[in-house]
Design a protein around this ligand. Sequence first.
Ligand code: CA
Length: 495
Amino acid sequence: MRIFLLLHFVILAFACWGFSTERPNILFIFCDDHATQAISAYGGPLAEIAPTPHIDRIAEEGMLFRKAYVTNSICGPSRAVVLTGKYSHLNGFRKNGDTFDGSQQTAPKLLRKAGYETAIVGKWHLKSEPTGFDHYEVLIGQGQYYNCRLKTNEEIVKHEGYTTDVITDQTLAWLEQRDPEKPFFLMSQHKAPHGRWEPAIRHLDFLADVDVPEPPTLFDDYSGRSQAAAGHAMGIADHMGDFRLMFKYSSKLTPAQKTGLDAYFAPRNAAYHEANLEGKDRTRWHYQRYIKNYLRCVRAVDENVGRLLAYLDENGLTENTLVIYSSDQGFYLGEHGWFDKRWMYEESFRTPLIARWPGVVEAGAVNDTDIVSNLDFASTFLDVAGTNIPDDLQGESLVPVMKGLTPQDWRKTHYYHYYESGGHGVPLHFGVTDGRYKLIRFPEGHLDSWELFDLESDPLELESRFGDPELSRQQAFLESEMRRLQEKYEVPATE
Ligand code: CA
């Protein structure tokens, strides 16, 4: 018996030892405002003219999610959700401008405690100092597209160059000096393609002579819905301003950078001002200017994703690293006549999510049924690391879903809550979807309205069916789901 116990102990010790040395690394590549419409793996009209081969490689070798939704479609709040696995009202970061309470429990802290080496490079945007990271090197606020400053716990360093390249340079530099005895958790987070859209000089010729297809709702008149959408201040026609249109750009350029940008933009800007365009022609010109610069910023991201994947290949890390590509939310690329995000309408409610984990996730898998969320990242990271997932996390681990073994009781509906009332004219709203039907509530007094969409018959969300007797059963279901989820997630009644 004693020998048996001893043997058992030895086997167990070896198993644990083996486990600890083979725990997978996690590389989380996170962009800002990157819409699925601008990733060719997702298909769509932009896929052919603006392919993203390196991001697509992650999908070809992993799983692409089509129903990945955010809980609050805006930069800072989404990042706080990723770190904590909790809705905005519980992690305390409801709006941009709030300050993240870094003393609270976060996934990086728990991973570090579990023996992971943790690092973040790039966009942070949560105001307080990052906590839970062995190394941080983050942009100050939104950061700049050129010659950014990166802050560590010791110093602020100014880097000359294009920020998407610099963030990757610094990500690779950290990988080079990491402790190879430990698994790593690395967040490489780009500013791009967040506005204002200043492309790299090397990409200015890209799409220069192409007419980018317009989305069918570029001239949306907002009829068929509540008054909410019509009150927007994020229109391609009237709200872009000189910087978003690149009539003006960063003042922090080197002479060579300024010359490079001027060579492309100055003559085209002069022609625009001379032409005195009006009405739809003017909107169309704005759209082309916007979408080309946006897609150029994406091109730099894609190239840099390629650099990271090549590093993993060259250093024998590909097999044992979970690579996730995602964004803090989606974005309007002219749909509904808009740029920006915030709304629960599909283009900014949905976010890209692609995961590669060789030997665990089947290559080329597409998940278009399971509703997953940025709320799930924290639980997923902890599950991948094989460490305990605290009960107070509100998301679910995506590990079984990634394995193609989605549990029977996986969520069938998802709750959304946007708080930053007034930003770009978007009012406070909340809602729930089951992936086909979507119920949205605008509670503020001047609007006080509901919307209900059937994405199958109306994928562009142009006609609210709220109150339509034909959909009374679906409406009642989503109303009760809204109440149930508000209770489950502990949303304060006043919100
Ligand atoms: Ca964002």
